[in-house]
Design a binder for this molecule. Structure first.
Ligand SMILES: *[C@@H]1O[C@H](CO)[C@@H](O)[C@H](O)[C@H]1NC(C)=O
Ligand SMILES: *[C@@H]1O[C@H](CO)[C@@H](O)[C@H](O)[C@H]1NC(C)=O
Ligand SMILES: *[C@@H]1O[C@H](CO)[C@@H](O)[C@H](O)[C@H]1NC(C)=O
Ligand SMILES: *[C@@H]1O[C@H](CO)[C@@H](O)[C@H](O)[C@H]1NC(C)=O
Ligand SMILES: *[C@@H]1O[C@H](CO)[C@@H](O)[C@H](O)[C@H]1NC(C)=O
Ligand SMILES: *[C@@H]1O[C@H](CO)[C@@H](O)[C@H](O)[C@H]1NC(C)=O
Length: 440
């Protein structure tokens, strides 16, 4: 994808919100919001197909892809929950026309991801707070254009690094609403296989791979040693270095497993799916941004997004989808390993919004054991209730789809037979968790 493309500094071009037919079925709105000087963020709303007089009568769901640098409008839309799949066939489990019928807002975030772009690379984000500020700015522009959604319950769903960004954004939006700077009915935030406490995730890899029989004792030892070093460097406050050590840990995992699928440890992978000649950091970027890890899929998404979709949405011709994505990742290298667990805690302590975690149980990169470590350390009234609450099975029509546990506004959903992108890998459990969040 991006690596084949020379980064081009984009000239100032028109960023007025476009209104056309869109791409694919159903009513759509989309456009650019100038979130800062020289920073242009693209959003794409699919109105629900529910039989209501106005789509704003159904919840508004924002989807944030991870990376950082992956495109919600690309991956999230065509590979996970949009109305069409990568082959442009209708997706039965789309959130737009699910049993619950939601409005889905895809945002290419942070700026530089997908169709979003910056005029100068120095305008890319370097920390999570800036990302959150840009998203608040985006929402101001969104509500100006579609004011009927101001009172519509609004839920933010983030996957992987998207969850880390979702948490900070939800917190900031809540505060901005409280201060009267914006009107929004922010009602919940969800972290799907998210990068919330990166050191805990990294430390979970060795033991999980060993228990799944993907490495022997020597492999376990080597992975643990490098993961420990990542933590050590992080604890010393060398954050950029810690990101490099994390990437090295990933590389040790690749060597010792001969290329496990980081997104689903029970998948079979193709030999040599990581292109040769890539540096350790480039490989780390590939893993973070190429869903499914299969480069052929990544290439077809690139072709789609830089071809017919780009044309249908009227994206300026000098904007190339994904061309700044690698830089987005690199600009965040100091922030990458920092946790947002205290922001999760503050959401529980100081706001009334729902905070949900859902995790596919065969993911490696954001594994469930890694999530348990930070979840069990949370200090709040809700998580105190959570700790002693009864864990219940999620049965859907006689099939065991996972488990759930609730403590006030906090909930955790363990999703069975799902990897990193649980919403596409277990749609039955996903229906259940969406209903639990929204009531629809
Ligand atoms: C929904 O309501 C808003 C505000 O009243 C209006 O601008 C918009 O056209 C309505 N949409 C539909 C599909 O009726
Ligand atoms: C929505 O789903 C229903 C039931 O599966 C289907 O009949 C209908 O064609 C779908 N509509 C759209 C716009 O995808
Ligand atoms: C948020 O949505 C709920 C459910 O529709 C509604 O009862 C409430 O009044 C809304 N709140 C705001 C501030 O718009
Ligand atoms: C990693 O750190 C843990 C906890 O400090 C320790 O028990 C373990 O022996 C270390 N493993 C390696 C391989 O260094
Ligand atoms: C949240 O509240 C708990 C007490 O219930 C407290 O121990 C913790 O420090 C608080 N965390 C934050 C971030 O406010
Ligand atoms: C459960 O079974 C019923 C009856 O066969 C069916 O209508 C419904 O769609 C099924 N639900 C799910 C989530 O598969």
């Amino acid at each position: 994808m991006t690596r084949f493309v020379l980064l081009c500094l984009l000239a100032l071009i028109s960023t007025a919100a476009a209104k056309g037919k869109g791409f694919g079925p159903g009513e759509q709105d989309y456009g650019y919001a100038d979130v800062r000087d020289g920073a242009h963020m693209f959003w794409w709303l699919f109105h629900t197909t529910a039989n209501v007089t106005n789509s704003s009568e159904r919840p508004l769901m924002m989807w944030l892809q991870g990376g950082p640098g992956a495109s919600s409008c690309g991956y999230g839309n065509f590979e996970i929950l949009g109305p069409l799949d990568l082959n442009l066939e209708p997706r039965e489990s789309t959130w737009v026309n699910f049993s619950q019928y939601f409005n889905v807002l895809f945002v290419d975030n942070p700026v530089g991801s997908g169709y979003s772009y910056v005029d100068r690379l120095s305008s890319l984000t370097t920390d999570n707070k800036q990302i959150a500020r840009d998203l608040v700015s985006l929402m101001k522009s969104f509500y100006e254009k579609l004011p009927q959604f101001k009172t519509t319950p609004f839920y933010v769903y983030g996957q992987s690094y998207g969850g880390k960004m979702a948490i900070e954004f939800a917190r900031m939006l809540y505060d901005e609403v409280a201060q009267g700077n914006i009107q929004s009915n922010i009602s919940g935030v969800a972290m799907g296989n998210s990068w919330i406490s990166p050191v805990d995730s990294t430390l979970s890899w060795g033991p999980l791979l060993y228990e799944m029989s993907l490495v022997d004792e020597g492999g376990l030892e080597a992975i643990n040693r490098q993961a420990n070093y990542t933590k050590q460097v992080f604890d010393q406050g060398q954050f950029a270095q810690s990101t490099s050590e994390w990437a090295r840990t990933q590389n040790v995992v690749f060597q010792k497993t001969d290329g496990v699928d980081f997104y689903n440890v029970i998948n079979k992978v193709e030999r040599g799916f990581l292109r040769s000649g890539r540096t350790i950091m480039e490989k780390a970027f590939d893993v973070q941004t190429i869903t499914k890890h299969y480069s052929s899929r990544a290439d077809s998404l690139d072709t789609l997004m830089n071809g017919p979709v780009k044309e249908a949405l009227g994206i300026p011709s000098n904007v190339r989808w994904g061309s700044q994505s690698n830089s987005v990742f690199n600009y965040l290298n100091v922030d990458f390993m920092k946790p947002v667990t205290s922001v999760v805690e503050s959401l529980l302590n100081e706001t009334n919004i729902n905070v949900h975690v859902y995790n596919g149980n065969v993911d490696l990169i954001c594994s469930t054991p890694g999530q348990m470590v930070w979840i069990n350390k949370l200090k709040s009234e809700a998580t105190t209730i959570f700790q002693t609450a009864l864990r219940r099975t999620i049965w859907v029509n006689n099939t065991m789809e996972g488990y759930e546990k609730h403590g006030g506004k906090f909930a955790l959903f363990w999703i069975n037979v799902a990897g990193h992108s649980a919403p596409i890998e277990n749609t039955a459990a996903t229906r259940h968790i969406l209903k639990s969040m929204t009531g629809f």
